[in-house]
Design a protein around this ligand. Structure first.
Ligand code: NAP
Length: 169
C-alpha cells in the first residue's frame, strides 16, 4: 500500500515562505498545527530547512534531501534525491504505521513534490513580507479545496491566518 503524500506549508498572501533561511513570523498556533500534521510520520525536508531548524524534530522520522554525500547529521536519514527520499519515506512510514508521508519544505522541495503530492495543508498567513523563498502556485486544475478555517491572531501569533486543505482531483 502506498501512503498518501501531504505537503505541509505556511505561506504568506504573496506566497513568501522564508527569508535568509529563516521563517519570517512567529505563529504558535501554526506550529501546533504543523506538529499535529507531522507527528508519527516520516518528514521529508531539504538540507537548508533542516539546518534552519537545527535538529531532528521529536516524534518524527526526518529524511533530509541533499546532493552532499558527506552530510550525515545524527538522528536523521539522508537521501541523495527527492525520489530516493520519497521511496525511503514510504518504507519508513510503513514500518512506523504512519497514515501519510509529510513534506516539510522548503521552497526547492515543495517545487519538486507538488506534482506527486496527494494533499496540501496550507496555512495562508495574512501578511505580505519580503523574502526570496516562495511556495509554488497551486494549480486549481490539479487540486481542489476541501476545507478552510480562518483564525484571528492568537496571543502568540504575529498575524491572522487561514488553514486551507487541498486534495488532488
Ligand atoms: N513557511 C514554511 O512552511 C516553510 C517550511 C520549510 C522551510 N521554509 C523556509 O524555506 C527556506 C528554505 O528553503 P530553500 O528552498 O532555500 O531550501 P530547501 O528546499 O530547504 O533545501 C534546499 C536543498 O535541498 C537539497 N536538494 C534540493 N533538491 C534536491 C534534489 N533534487 N536532489 C538532492 N538534493 C536536493 C539541496 O541540498 P544541498 O545543497 O546540500 O545539495 C538544496 O540546497 C528557509 O527560509 C525556511 O525557513 C518555510
Amino acid at each position: 500500500m502506498t501512503l498518501p503524500v501531504s505537503i505541509v506549508v505556511a505561506a504568506a498572501d504573496n506566497d513568501v515562505i522564508g527569508r535568509d533561511n529563516r521563517l519570517i513570523w512567529r505563529l504558535r498556533t501554526d506550529l501546533r498545527h504543523f506538529r499535529e500534521l507531522t507527528i508519527g510520520r516520516p518528514l521529508v525536508m531539504g538540507r537548508k530547512t533542516f539546518l534552519s531548524i537545527g535538529a531532528p524534530l521529536p516524534g518524527r522520522e526526518s529524511i533530509v534531501v541533499t546532493r552532499d554525500p558527506g552530510f550525515a547529521p545524527d538522528g536523521v536519514r539522508v537521501a541523495g534525491s527527492v525520489d530516493e527520499a520519497l521511496a525511503l519515506a514510504q518504507e519508513v512510514g510503513a514500518r512506523m504505521g504512519a497514515d501519510s508521508v509529510a513534506i516539510g519544505g522548503g521552497g526547492e522541495i515543495y517545487a519538486q513534490t507538488m506534482a506527486i503530492a496527494d494533499r496540501i495543508h496550507l496555512t495562508r498567513v495574512h501578511v505580505a513580507p519580503e523574502g526570496e523563498t516562495v511556495f509554488p502556485r497551486i494549480d486549481p486544475a490539479a487540486f481542489r479545496e476541501v476545507r478552510r478555517e480562518a483564525h484571528p491572531a492568537g496571543p502568540s501569533d504575529d498575524h491572522p491566518f487561514t488553514f486551507i486543505d487541498y486534495e488532488r482531483r
